[in-house]
Design a protein around this ligand. Structure first.
Ligand SMILES: NC(=O)c1ccc[n+]([C@@H]2O[C@H](COP(=O)([O-])OP(=O)(O)OC[C@H]3O[C@@H](n4cnc5c(N)ncnc54)[C@H](OP(=O)(O)O)[C@@H]3O)[C@@H](O)[C@H]2O)c1
Length: 293
């Protein structure tokens, strides 16, 4: 098994591989491929998997696949899932969150959810439904160990001030750096940092990245900064890895070759500091509100 770099996920103290896995499965795959990719993730040495009750449908729901294919694997790994995903008006009530949690536990065949994240609620929804009290009740009943939130600015600032969440999940990549300094601020306060969209979904036509978003890569002339034989997706992965305060980048893939390539890319290490600085500078030059947000 490959030895991937790890760090502790903030105050949870959970050792997580800096390359995690996002189990949303953005491309259609069949059952054999689902089994192959999930088992490959775990046997490859990645020890952190992010999922949600709303990823995938029916028997192919992501949590059910985890229960079916990897819950009985012996390796140590941590699952983070999310509640409040259904598109219903009352998704943040105590009753609904408890139902989500019981469903997740049953699907994943586990007794306790290691990390439960709120799936993008507004501050108002949290306040109106006393969601934090619900999370604390889940913890006191032993159904959930650590609590977190998947969020973004501007709500992020209020959630940070509440100082109740152990982990934060934020979107961040070289093509979307608006949480750059927030990641540092959160981490310095002891919060674990999980990043999604961390390779901007991979280059268009290879991954699922959008051409309009990846245009920025060319506009900033980042191709000039690539190492020999390095492609833009690899550069994006190493760029996020170079941010000193991201604990784990939960890169999604349905393709075992991409999984292997991502692992090999992380093993190449961080970008050289002069390359990282130059890339940030070139991206800053394109933006009105760059890394200082
Ligand atoms: N609100 C939330 O909480 C939220 C929102 C978004 C995402 N997430 C979580 O974060 C995870 C990752 O986010 P994401 O899917 O938005 O973004 P991402 O990890 O940046 O990109 C995933 C995409 O990148 C492609 N890819 C992976 N490795 C590649 C490679 N080596 N070369 C080219 N393309 C490659 C994949 O396509 P292939 O399948 O072809 O490899 C996939 O479509 C999700 O799975 C989910 O767990 C959470």
């Amino acid at each position: 098994m490959t030895k991937l770099p790890t760090t502790n996920l903030g105050r949870t103290g959970i050792p997580v591989t800096r390359l995690g896995y996002g189990a949303a499965h953005r491309k259609p795959i069949n059952n054999a491929q689902r089994k192959q990719i999930l088992t490959s993730v775990i046997t490859s040495g990645i020890n952190f998997v992010d999922t949600a009750g709303c990823y995938g449908r029916d028997k192919n729901n992501s949590e059910s696949l985890i229960g079916r294919y990897i819950s009985n694997v012996q390796n140590d790994y941590t699952i983070a899932t999310k509640c409040g995903c259904q598109d219903t008006a009352n998704r943040w009530t105590e009753k609904n969150i408890f139902t989500d949690v019981y469903t997740s536990l049953e699907r994943m065949k586990i007794q306790q959810i290691p990390i439960l994240q709120l799936h993008g609620p507004s501050v108002k929804k949290c306040e109106d439904n006393q969601v934090v009290a619900t999370l604390q009740k889940l913890q006191s009943e032993g159904l959930v160990k650590w609590i977190g939130i998947s969020t973004s600015l501007p709500d992020l600032e209020t959630f940070f001030n509440w100082d109740v969440f152990d982990v934060f999940q934020l979107p961040y990549s070289l093509l979307n750096r608006k949480h750059h300094t927030w990641i540092t601020k959160l981490s310095e306060k002891g919060h674990g940092i999980i990043v999604n969209n961390g390779i901007a979904q991979g280059e268009p036509h290879i991954g699922t990245g959008e051409t309009s978003i990846w245009e920025k890569f060319n506009q900033a002339h980042l191709n000039d900064l690539l190492a020999v034989n390095e492609d833009p997706t690899q550069f994006a992965l190493r760029f996020a890895f170079t941010h000193p305060y991201i604990d784990t980048n939960i890169v999604g893939t349905t393709n075992v070759n991409h999984l292997e390539k991502n692992i090999q890319t992380i093993l190449l290490g961080k970008l050289e500091q002069d390359i990282y600085k130059e890339a940030n500078q070139r991206l800053d030059n394109l933006e009105t509100n760059p890394t200082k947000t």
